[in-house]
Design a protein. Structure first.
Length: 94
């Protein structure tokens, strides 16, 4: 199953992200295990406001555990985190 993980940063959190880049890269993994895709969400001005990932797992609990293992989540830099099962209806990945 695939899950959409949308994480929105708290205002001002951008400055703290530099401290976590190494850990965040480790969480996603060099081979992207379980991560179908991941990227930055930007506002109209081009400023980073969050992240979106498609995670592949057996259950919503798997996706939640993965999202909660993020150093950004651990250090309370997210304003909001939404996780939902994702089902493609139009188009395709790959």
């Amino acid at each position: 199953m695939q899950f959409a993980v949308a994480a929105f940063l708290k205002p001002g959190a951008d400055e703290e992200l530099v401290k976590h880049s190494g850990e965040l890269n480790e969480q996603i993994g060099p081979d992207g295990t379980n991560v179908v895709l991941a990227g930055v969400l930007r506002n109209e001005a081009g400023k980073r406001v969050g992240y979106l990932a498609l995670f592949e797992g057996e259950s919503l609990a798997d996706a939640r555990e993965w999202a909660h293992s993020s150093p950004i989540f651990r250090d309370h830099l997210y304003d909001r985190l939404e996780i939902a099962e994702y089902e493609i209806e139009v188009g395709r990945l790959g």
